[in-house]
Ligand binder design. Sequence first.
Ligand code: GDP
Ligand code: MG
Length: 286
Amino acid sequence: MKKYDSTKIKNISVAGHAGSGKTSLTEALLFKSGTTDRLGKVADGNTVSDYTAEEIKRKSSIYTSLASLEKDEFKINLLDTPGLFDYESGMVEGISASGCVMITVSGKSGVKVGTHKAYDYAVEHGKPRMFVVTKLDDDNANFNNVLTELKAEFGPTVCPVVVPVIADRQIVSYVNLIEMKAYKYDENGNAVETEMPTSEVSDKMGYRIDGLIEAVSEAVAETDEELFEKFFSGEAFTQKELIDGIHKGMNEGIITPVTCVSSTTLAGIDMLLKEISLLLPAPSDN
Ligand SMILES: Nc1nc2c(ncn2[C@@H]2O[C@H](COP(=O)(O)OP(=O)(O)O)[C@@H](O)[C@H]2O)c(=O)[nH]1
Ligand SMILES: [Mg+2]
């Protein structure tokens, strides 16, 4: 592995309720970035993170484990923390050692005690945070409900940056609200650009895509006086302004981005890797 200076290293802890998909997400990120050549499963006891005999037996993380990947010019260190309450000290250690916290929330079961714990520890330790809604491939996943819950529980800093487009109860594509582009995923989790949803489709989802794009700009406008003026003059932000604004807003704790994935089908994992590289802080930011 190359040597990296501190501006090019990102230390991220993966925290959240037990069973919300932290270990599977870590595994998916390692695989999609080309760091590993197979996608391990918690149930099969062959993930990078849960490697001790006891963890394999319990099918659950007990210890915090470190995995690294390379993306763009960055070295990304992922600290997969245990979510079980008995091992809570592991989560606290992981969060305090990292530069930011990726909080997993199950797309099926939503916000739980462990979600609040992870968020509160992150705030307490002054760490920027983001939410990753997992398990979107599951028939019982409901992104809209989880997003509504996140906004209700964690307030107006919550800002979606990737959302699924749902028609006839199926996910047809994912919209990246920063790029303003829609992607479909093939069976290998590779993205193919597709058309943005029509307003008819958007109307039925419980969230309107144009409203969400506007909300991202509004959140970014709050991060800087010049951007605030630009927003109110009705001018659209460039992609760079959106990215830099979210990055700054995260560092100041006034933006908590939300993205969504399936660690099983790998849908959304490439976008999350991009967000890690573009939005999340490096140690030099602090
Ligand atoms: N269908 C589906 N199941 C998932 C996904 N991510 C995790 N799971 C399952 O959810 C359970 C808990 O996942 P795990 O990664 O161990 O969660 P952790 O306790 O937060 O580390 C396991 O049975 C996983 O196979 C996903 O994206 N889709
Ligand atoms: Mg785990």
